[in-house]
Write a protein that binds this ligand. Structure first.
Ligand SMILES: [Zn+2]
Length: 610
């Protein structure tokens, strides 16, 4: 085994903390970061561990699978290491003498949850690169990022506190403790960078991977409006809890997602979702005012992750008061932290003037359909869905729509129903509830009882019946009734053919069945996920089926036909009874929202008075 070369010291050693990491983008083409961890005062037999998950993404990801060539030494003497399990090691070291660990991390995960390194860009979360010095988590940590193999035009961005850095941002940073270190991802590359101030708070926005048409000024202006709307919601005219904030966005051909941190967020989007400086294909008026659907999706993501600055990074489940990086951290409250955040991400776009009422209702309709078109809403409550995120939400399969409900979308509808109920009874609004909850919990850990207490105080009565039914039960939410009281009509609509049959499909030259929904016609016929639906027999004649919307054409008035499907190398003939249009028994419900009273809707969507 060859030794990993020691990284040269570039910063003043006296500025380093007792726990000091030196990270070097060592080999861009091999996607390798070289890490040196110096522990000034190790315990005898000091243990080290790499997190198995990253807060905000509730799945055990076992980042240690990318860690390799781990070595330890005290002075010039090698120190034996014993691996204790998949992510923990013990060094046979003496106490009192500095201990150095060296290792490599392969970084080739394009998501926001791990690490990436290639010739174009570097990115990492501390949960992927920084071994935890067990027992010394509360001590100050320093992180030095060296330029190493990085091209000369690369810059560095992170929300960590700079101690000694060059003009490009490489150098030494400080974190108060291990939690802050791993809550502060680092972006490196030849990225676009801009800045703005919202309610007195400086914000920086860096974008990598953008196409030449990217309109950075537009992105800054629109993001500033979102940030201002969020700060005003939580604090009115008072100062927010963060003194600075960093957006790190990577645009790629295909990808979407974000991860929230206390002073920053890492985002990925499709390149086409970025705003464009000039688009000869768009009508000039549209370009100047309304964001297109692609860009609106990006703004929604920005709004969502920024809202988490309050809702989950500070106000957070009591179970997350201190993260346990070694195992799943269970909470029943993700319907509040992800669901309420999802309710406000769209609402703040409307309050910021970035989308109009019609666009808001369109996005609300999509959220309603995600809930009403999944039979799993009758099986699992959102509190259960929160607890089970680790094995269900983050591991979707063909049965997911039948067995689970999304704590994002149903949680957002619970927030909507609470807001509408508070407003209808004339006592309060959900905005006021959030502000009171922030005060009650001092912007820190909370329990569901805290929310119940604030609702009772501001709403003038107990909201236990609503929370028991909506959060801990599986009954339908009273959306139609509550929306009607605020100027929005919700009407049932004829579903698409796939929904009528109880199917989710892919269509690519043939009909491939992804999911068979509970209690639908397809389930009664014996169709199964993975089947390829090849054709139908109607009144003795056989027909090829290449798209599902051909079915009404082929079936005509017939209600009973035979479906020809391929499964596991066999051809099957399945008796299919088509449901009556609009008849009972379809597992998926479709609705249309329309404005009955624009003034009432406007009062709902505008920011309520403080
Ligand atoms: Zn979220």
């Amino acid at each position: 085994m060859s030794a990993i070369p020691a990284t040269p010291a570039a910063t003043d050693p006296s500025a380093r903390a007792a726990i000091h990491y030196c990270v070097a983008p060592a080999d861009l083409h091999a996607h390798l970061f070289a890490v040196t961890l110096s522990v000034a005062a190790p315990q005898a037999a000091q243990e080290f561990a790499l997190p198995v998950w990253i807060p905000g993404s509730y799945l055990v990801r076992e980042f240690s699978k990318n860690l390799q060539r781990l070595q330890a030494q005290q002075g010039d003497v090698p120190v034996p290491l014993t691996q204790l399990d998949k992510h923990r090691w013990r060094a046979a070291c003496r106490s009192g003498a500095p201990l150095t660990l060296r290792y490599e991390v392969c970084a080739y995960d394009p998501s926001v949850r791990a690490a990436w390194l290639d010739a174009a860009r570097g990115f990492f979360n501390g949960t992927s690169l920084c071994l935890r010095v067990v027992g010394q988590e509360a001590a100050a940590h320093t992180l030095e990022v060296q330029r190493a193999a990085a091209p000369p035009d690369w810059c560095l961005a992170t929300a960590l506190t700079a101690v000694q850095v060059d003009a490009a941002g490489f150098g030494l940073y400080r974190a108060a403790d291990y939690d802050e270190l791993v809550d502060s991802p680092v972006e490196m590359g030849n990225f676009w960078s801009g800045a703005f101030t919202a309610c007195g708070v400086p914000h920086r926005f860096v974008v990598s991977g953008a196409a030449p048409s990217f309109d950075g000024e537009r992105l800054l202006a629109d993001t500033q409006k979102i940030c201002a709307a969020a700060i005003r919601l939580w604090h009115g005219e008072a100062a927010p809890p963060h003194a600075h904030y960093l957006f790190m966005l990577h645009a790629m051909h295909d990808g979407y997602g974000g991860l929230e941190h206390r002073h920053s967020t890492a985002l990925v989007c499709k390149r086409r979702e970025l705003p464009r400086r000039s688009d000869p294909l768009a009508a000039p008026a549209d370009q100047a005012t309304k964001p297109g659907e692609d860009y609106t999706r990006l703004l929604g993501l920005i709004s969502h992750e920024y809202f988490h600055t309050w809702n989950v990074k500070r106000l957070r489940p009591a179970e997350f008061a201190r993260y346990d990086y070694d195992r799943e951290n269970y909470t029943e409250l993700l319907w509040f932290f992800e669901g309420f955040t999802s309710y406000y991400d769209d609402l703040l776009l409307r309050r910021a003037g970035l989308i109009d009422d019609a666009a808001y209702l369109k996005r609300l309709t999509q959220a309603i359909h995600q809930v009403t078109q999944a039979p799993g809403r009758h099986v699992q409550s959102v509190a259960q869905a929160s607890f089970d995120a680790w094995v269900k939400y983050y591991r979707p399969d063909e049965n997911t729509p039948n067995a689970t409900v999304s704590y994002y979308t149903k949680g957002a509808l619970v927030a909507l129903c609470l807001d509408l109920t508070l407003r209808r009874e004339g006592c309060s609004t959900l905005d006021a509830v959030l502000r009171a909850l922030w005060q009650r919990c001092a912007g820190g850990p909370m329990r569901e009882d805290d929310l119940r207490a604030v609702l009772a105080e501001l709403g003038g009565r107990s909201f236990a019946p609503e929370l028991d039914a909506w959060v801990h039960g599986t009954d339908e939410l009273p959306l139609a009734e509550l929306l009607a009281a605020h100027g929005v009509r919700m009407q049932a609509e004829a579903p698409q053919i796939a929904q009528r049959l109880g199917l989710r499909i892919n269509e690519n030259h043939s009909v491939q069945i992804k999911t068979v929904l509970r209690h639908g016609a397809a389930e009664r016929a014996g169709m199964a996920a993975g089947d390829e639906w090849l054709g139908v027999e109607v009144a003795g004649q056989g027909w090829r089926l290449t798209r599902l919307d051909e079915l009404p054409l082929l079936a005509g008035a017939a209600r009973e036909l035979t479906a020809l499907v391929a499964r596991d190398g066999r051809l099957l003939r399945l008796p299919l009874v088509l449901p009556e249009p609009g008849g009972a028994g379809a597992p998926a419900d479709t609705f249309r929202l329309s404005v009955a009273d624009g003034a009432a809707l406007g009062r709902l969507l505008d920011a309520p008075p403080l």
